[in-house]
Design a protein around this ligand. Structure first.
Ligand code: NAD
Ligand code: MG
Length: 336
């Protein structure tokens, strides 16, 4: 663990940030505000180009941005990174440049095999881009994992720590990891608990209540809306703080009924999910799904969007105008 990192190792470096989405826009802005030299690399004609220009960045095609960069931050969606690497980085990157990722997926699963002379590093903020930016602006930071996959120059670690410091992560907490651990735990967290697990828990809870004849509006507040209050308490002070704030009745129900819903058989299935991640089954399936044009992904997504909890939720949230998403609270693509 380290919190004393500074941006020194990158003070004379040119940083190319490829991608200007959730992470890319936050990284580019935080690094610039930390005094570092940032250019943004994007597809000409893409939707992000005018946004990055409006934010005052020099924007170039990925290949041009990479050509004179000392550090290349690969912040496009994971599935486009292998092609981006072969088309715009492999031939163009300067000898001894650093290739930085915010998620280890492509390097860990061998979809990208970086040139030997490149430092290959990881800085993964444990939060969505909007939070990485917002905390930085408040003078704080989001905790970051960092890792070195390949140290070609002898300075790979310094570069990773300097980048994490530039993001504001060093104001919070920097935790050393490796590409395998970051990739596998990140995928497991989003699949079993954060995105997959939480969504299914809410949907099934809603179905049980409405199928038993209770009003969808009442069910919505019980299984979706109030989840935020509970999760905020987890975030601030763990389970102990949550228990402090709920009634004795809620506590007793938690103790006796929670384990009836999520039990050792659930845990065994979580282990299956982890096994598929570890042995590469998930990565293979996801890559094949992406290459096939996302047929199942689109179907699953449509089903989530059409779930009755979404219908009643949209209606109720439109009445709670104070909940309307703000610009700086962009939807999270993932929680990890
Ligand atoms: P995103 O989908 O928000 O942004 C993608 C950006 O890449 C957009 O600016 C888009 O215009 C650009 N882009 C798309 N295709 C491109 C192409 N072919 N060439 C060049 N640019 C292209 O992505 P994101 O969610 O910020 O994810 C970026 C990386 O950060 C991923 O590796 C992801 O796993 C990782 N990560 C994301 C989060 C998160 O909360 N979103 C958290 C930690 C790590
Ligand atoms: Mg689902």
């Amino acid at each position: 663990m380290s919190t004393a990192a500074t941006t020194d190792a990158l003070k004379d470096a040119r940083i190319a940030v490829l991608g200007y989405g959730s992470q890319g826009s936050a990284h580019a802005k935080n690094l610039r505000d930390s005094g570092l030299d940032v250019v943004v690399g994007l597809r000409p004609g893409g939707a992000s180009w005018p946004k990055a220009e409006a934010d005052g960045f020099v924007v170039k095609s990925p290949a041009e941005a990479v050509a004179d960069a000392d550090l290349i931050a690969v912040l496009t969606p994971d599935m486009v990174q292998p092609t981006l690497y072969t088309e715009s980085i492999e031939q163009q990157a300067k000898p001894g440049a650093a290739l930085l990722f915010a998620h280890g997926f492509n390097v860990h699963f061998g979809e990208i095999k970086p040139r030997d002379d490149l430092d290959v590093i990881l800085v993964a903020p444990k939060g969505p881009g909007a939070l990485v930016r917002r905390e930085f602006e408040r003078g704080h930071g989001v905790p970051c994992l960092y890792a070195v996959h390949h140290d070609a120059t002898g300075h790979a670690l310094d570069k990773a720590l300097a980048y994490a410091a530039g993001l504001g992560g060093a104001r919070a907490l920097l935790i050393e990891t490796d590409f395998k651990e970051e990739t596998e735990t990140d995928l497991f967290g989003e699949q079993a608990v954060l995105c997959g697990g939480a969504t299914e828990l809410v949907q099934k809870g809603f179905e049980v209540l409405t199928e038993a004849g209770y009003k969808p509006e009442v069910a919505y507040y019980e299984v979706m809306h109030e989840l935020k209050l509970i999760v905020d308490l987890f975030y601030e002070g763990g389970i102990a703080r949550m228990l402090e704030f709920i009634s004795e009745t809620a506590q007793y129900g938690d103790y006796v009924s929670g384990p009836r819903v999520i039990d050792d058989s659930t845990k065994a299935r979580m282990k299956d999910v982890l096994k598929d991640i570890q042995d590469g089954t998930f990565a293979r399936n996801w890559t094949a799904e992406y290459k096939a044009g996302l047929p199942n992904y689109k179907k699953f997504k449509q089903a989530d969007l059409e779930h009755p909890v979404e219908k009643v939720g949209a209606k109720l949230r439109s009445r709670m105008t104070w909940l309307q998403p703000k610009d700086d609270a962009e939807p999270m693509k993932k929680a990890g």
